[in-house]
Design a protein around this ligand. Structure first.
Ligand SMILES: NC(=O)c1ccc[n+]([C@@H]2O[C@H](COP(=O)([O-])OP(=O)(O)OC[C@H]3O[C@@H](n4cnc5c(N)ncnc54)[C@H](OP(=O)(O)O)[C@@H]3O)[C@@H](O)[C@H]2O)c1
Length: 327
């Protein structure tokens, strides 16, 4: 099996989880990491036994020993770092949200096409077992026709105004950080909405701390979605159909323990339990490896078009809710 040689750009919290996830992927090797700081690069490389540590993203882009770079920097750096890597012929797996707005996403996709390199948004949720099972049940008409998707993601982050989560200059705020998950669920099941309403409340650092969304579809279906940094809530989702409903238990977007299937009389038909191995980040990395070995330039589950529509929906929610970023 061809070894896929990985690099990581930006060595914060998620980079560590991804590095751990990679250890579970057959035929994957983490060969280089890059940080803005030489000390952090060296410490990360020592922790995960990575042979090469750079304190420059350009040096990582130029390393011929790297096939694919995972971009794990704050949202605002996704666009410039992905473009830099792709211009040097690297495949890219970029963290969510792919960028701050659709214009940047279009440029990233154009760069991938011009350079003929692989490019994918790291939507790990779409590769987790509960997501595949959910889609199978929907396709089998287990709940008839979908009429409404209800999903939320809410937690209270520590008040650290300079860190990316609450920092407007780094694309902080609930919508792009966690509101993206309920939207990706609705978009996966119903496609992008025909109409939407949204409102937001803002916190002391100026970022959105709560955003409530109501999506309408031409066939009469709806989605009721929310995200918040202002309170802690169960990260659950329920999909209501004409003949029953499917409930994804907390945390539905991650290591979800179970999916409950109810019929139209609210009787439990089946509770499907998921046995997760590893931290869950290995699945998206494995998918990238399969694609690269097969010579594909994009992934079938998280296609360029899916990411484009996701960002377009985020832009529409922003506009409706009055959420602004500096880019
Ligand atoms: N898929 C998921 O489950 C998941 C979970 C969490 C986060 N994420 C996404 O991953 C990205 C990173 O999140 P995180 O929680 O890992 O953030 P984080 O802990 O703040 O780490 C981000 C890293 O990016 C680097 N960086 C590059 N330019 C930067 C800048 N201008 N300001 C600050 N840091 C900069 C820093 O590493 P160096 O100092 O080494 O350069 C920093 O440690 C976000 O876009 C987020 O949406 C995804």
């Amino acid at each position: 099996m061809q070894t896929i040689r990985w690099g990581i750009a930006g060595l914060g919290k998620i980079a560590g989880k991804f590095a751990e996830g990679l250890t579970q992927v057959p035929g994957a090797q983490l060969v280089a990491v890059a940080s803005r700081s030489a000390e952090r690069a060296a410490a990360f490389a020592a922790q995960y036994q990575v042979p090469q540590a750079y304190h420059s993203f350009a040096a990582l882009a130029q390393d011929p020993a790297v096939d694919v770079v995972y971009i794990a920097a704050p949202h605002t750096d996704h666009h410039p770092l992905s473009v830099l890597m792709m211009q040097h012929g690297k495949a890219v797996l970029c963290e969510k949200p792919l960028a701050i707005h659709l214009g940047q996403v279009e440029e990233m996709i154009t760069t991938a096409q011009a350079q003929q390199v692989y490019f994918m948004e790291a939507l790990w949720t779409k590769f987790l077992p509960q997501f595949t099972r959910l889609q199978q049940l929907v396709q089998q008409q287990a709940i008839g026709q979908i009429r409404s998707v209800h999903a939320q993601f809410a937690f209270v982050p520590p008040f650290l105004p300079d860190r990316r989560v609450l920092n407007k200059a780094l694309g902080g705020g609930a919508l792009l950080d966690i509101g993206l998950y309920p939207i990706l669920l609705a978009n996966s099941l119903l496609g992008p909405p025909d109409e939407l309403l949204a409102n937001a409340q803002f916190g002391p650092t100026g970022v959105d701390e709560q955003c409530n969304m109501l999506f309408h579809y031409a066939n009469g279906a709806t989605a009721v979605l929310s995200c918040a940094f202002a309170y802690t809530g169960a990260v659950e989702a329920t999909i209501y159909g004409t003949d029953g409903y499917l409930h994804l238990h907390h945390p539905w977007h991650g290591l979800c323990p179970a999916l409950s299937w109810y019929n139209g009389q609210r009787e439990l038909m089946e509770k499907i339990h998921f046995a997760h191995h590893g931290n869950g980040y290995q699945h998206e990395a494995e998918a990238v490896g399969h694609d690269l070995r097969a010579g594909r330039l994009q992934n079938a589950v998280v296609s360029h078009e899916f990411s484009r529509q996701l960002m377009a929906t985020l832009d529409r929610v922003r506009l409706a809710a009055g959420i602004q970023y500096e880019q």
